[in-house]
Design a protein around this ligand. Structure first.
Ligand code: ADP
Length: 610
């Protein structure tokens, strides 16, 4: 396009040069011709005057034939001397003599233009193509007074030489014209190029800006209009770049706000097309924004009730709040807020869907109320027993010493149980609310495990249960000693409780090396000390736990067999406390069990607590 412009500009300039050279050539040729002819003319007029004054006119009375011969001879002589064709003409137009023709054969010349002019003005002239010589001839005629009559002498000269000179002039002119043309073309091409090159550069920059490359700048430094255009484009690019940066900044701010919001956000425009989905909303809905953005909300393969609710919000253009259980990608209870978006007060531009996963909150609420119900229930049983036996005693049983002794024993046991229950509940709530910080110190596991086991020896002996310890010396762990003892005691006590007489409970302590260490390779002494965790295993040969109960045994008050737990004096809180304490040590606990064979609890604790 730019090339077209350049070509056009070049052609126009060449055209102007060509035309002016042509015009000056024409003017020059014309001037040359008319000056030449004028000069010839005046010299011919002078020649006629000289001829007229030097010649002798034949007496009019003489016979015509002689007159013709006389003038013809004269004309021939003059033609020889001057090189001009000479013609003598009588006032009535009769040709008396001529250098080229016999006057007897010639027509009357009265009507010839130069003759007419000479008769009226004294001299006359004309240029015309001569029939005989086929060249342009200049005819000049002058009247000469002979007596009373005006005779006419006419001279004619060929203009062939003049024409030839003009032709030579034109040849020279054309050669010059060509040279000028070439030079002009070259010069104008350069000039046009000089004008269009900055324009081309500016165009290229404008195109880059159009392709959103806002770093593009014009480098033309000129003080003319093109330079101004360049600076204007640069200023435009500056401001575009700045604006784009601001927009990008705002966008990324908004994006990070959206990405870090706990609530999921979905924006739907006026036409019902989804225009934005925050990262959290992607997680909650189980779809990526790539799948959903740009689609109509009814095509989004969402739960029917949600689609319904959005439709309602569109119809009413008002705020809608609801709670809904979702089953995809996982079961969740979602709180939904659908807010109509208004622009300029009253123009409806779509809706904003705010999703909040309230499953955890609701679960917690449910757990809390269940816990309260459980606690009340658990407390009620011993309290009812205490109350019942005390009443029986009061209503007379106290008099029978044996009965009252056994009743008082029950009352004592039940209140003891109540005490333990309240103690466990308080303990659990303290641990859960993390009111007591852990006091970490290095614990040497060999000695520690042996001492803990000792505390339960009497209990085990009563049931003839063998207590066994398998622990290497020199295994250290950073832990809160009291809490760690509580964990192990709880599990050992359970092991003893749920194992029939004559069984066996084993406590194993072992180091765990990082996964990068090969287990089969012999560890050298140095590497042996590189264990990063320890494993504590409590294994019994007891009644076991059915598979279906395994996932629930760490829940508060959960017991596999209520009656059995009660008779063993359990509260149903032991394993929950253990799990919490293990987690406070950043450890993990797992259980494996087979009914009638035994149960194994495996705890892993990190050695170091940063
Ligand atoms: P409890 O005070 O009833 O022992 P826990 O929270 O300590 O309460 O244990 C929860 C339930 O898990 C127990 O009631 C029992 O049914 C089961 N359980 C715990 N440890 C064992 C075990 N070593 N062998 C068999 N069952 C067990």
């Amino acid at each position: 396009m730019m090339n077209n412009f350049r070509t056009r500009l070049t052609l126009i300039m060449i055209g102007i040069i060509g035309l002016s050279v042509l015009a000056s050539g024409l003017i020059m040729a014309n001037m040359f011709k008319s000056k030449h002819i004028q000069g010839l003319e005046s010299s011919m007029v002078r020649e006629i005057s000289i001829i007229a004054s030097g010649m002798k006119w034949a007496p009019p009375g003489e016979n015509m034939s002689e007159q013709f011969d006389y003038y013809t001879r004269l004309a021939d002589d003059l033609n020889r001397d001057t090189g001009a064709r000479t013609t003598f003409i009588r006032p009535d137009g009769l040709v008396l003599g001529d250098s080229y023709h016999d006057p007897r054969t010639m027509d009357n010349h009265l009507q010839r233009k130069e003759v007419q002019q000479a008769l009226s003005e004294g001299t006359g002239r004309t240029i015309r193509l001569s029939d005989t010589m086929n060249t342009n001839m200049l005819y000049v005629a002058k009247t000469v007074q002979v007596g009373q009559d005006n005779y006419v002498i006419r001279l004619a000269m060929s203009l062939a030489s003049v024409d030839q000179s003009i032709r030579d002039l034109w040849t020279a002119l054309i050669v010059w014209l060509l040279v000028l043309f070439l030079v002009g073309a070259l010069v104008s091409f350069r000039v046009a190029q000089g004008m269009t090159r900055p324009l081309e550069q500016i165009t290229a920059v404008a195109k880059r800006i159009q392709r959103m490359d806002y770093r593009a700048r014009v480098t033309v430094v000129k003080n003319d209009e093109i330079g101004e255009l360049g600076s204007a484009i640069n200023a435009m690019a500056d401001s575009l770049q700045e604006q784009m940066e601001r927009i990008r900044r705002n966008e990324s701010q908004l994006e990070s706000v959206l990405d870090n919001m706990i609530n999921g956000i979905v924006m739907i425009d006026r036409t019902g097309r989804i225009v934005l989905i925050s990262r959290r909303a992607e997680e909650i809905l189980g779809f990526s924004s790539k799948e959903l953005v740009g689609r109509h909300y009814t095509d989004a393969r969402q739960q029917h009730e949600l689609t319904q609710l959005i439709r309602e919000a569109f119809e009413k253009q008002s705020y809608i709040h609801d709670e809904m259980t979702f089953y995809y990608p996982e079961e969740r209870l979602l709180e939904l807020n659908i807010v109509p978006v208004m622009q300029d007060q009253d123009e409806f531009t779509g809706v904003l869907l705010v999703l909040q996963d309230v499953s955890a909150i609701r679960r917690l609420e449910r757990m809390r109320s269940e816990f309260v119900a459980n606690v009340s229930h658990e407390l009620k049983t011993p309290v009812a027993a205490v109350k019942g036996f005390a009443e029986t005693l009061l209503s007379g049983a106290v008099k029978d010493e044996e009965t009252s002794r056994s009743f008082l024993q029950i009352i004592y046991d039940e209140s003891e149980r109540l005490n333990r229950l309240i103690g466990d509940i308080l303990e659990l709530s303290k641990i859960e609310s993390r009111r007591v910080p852990l006091l970490f110190s290095p614990v040497e596991m060999g000695t520690f495990a042996a001492k803990t086991l000792q505390l339960l020896e009497a209990e085990a002996a009563r049931k003839a249960i063998e207590l066994k310890l398998v622990a290497d010396g020199d295994i250290y762990v950073e832990a809160d000693e009291d809490r760690l003892r509580q964990i192990i005691m709880n599990l050992l006590a359970n092991g003893i409780s749920y194992t029939p007489d004559g069984g066996k409970v084993t406590l194993i302590v072992e180091p765990v090396w990082p996964a990068s260490y090969s287990h089969t390779a012999q560890l050298d002494d140095e590497a042996r000390d590189d264990y990063d965790r320890i494993r504590i295993i409590i294994k019994d040969t007891g009644i076991g736990i059915p598979k279906k109960d395994l996932p629930r045994i760490f829940e508060r008050f959960y017991r596999v067999d209520k009656a059995r737990s009660r008779s063993s004096g359990g509260t149903g809180l032991g394993l929950s406390i253990v799990k919490h304490l293990v987690e406070l040590h950043n450890g993990t606990i797992a259980v494996d069990s087979e009914v009638g064979v035994g149960t194994t609890f495996v705890i892993e604790l990190p050695v170091i607590h940063p």
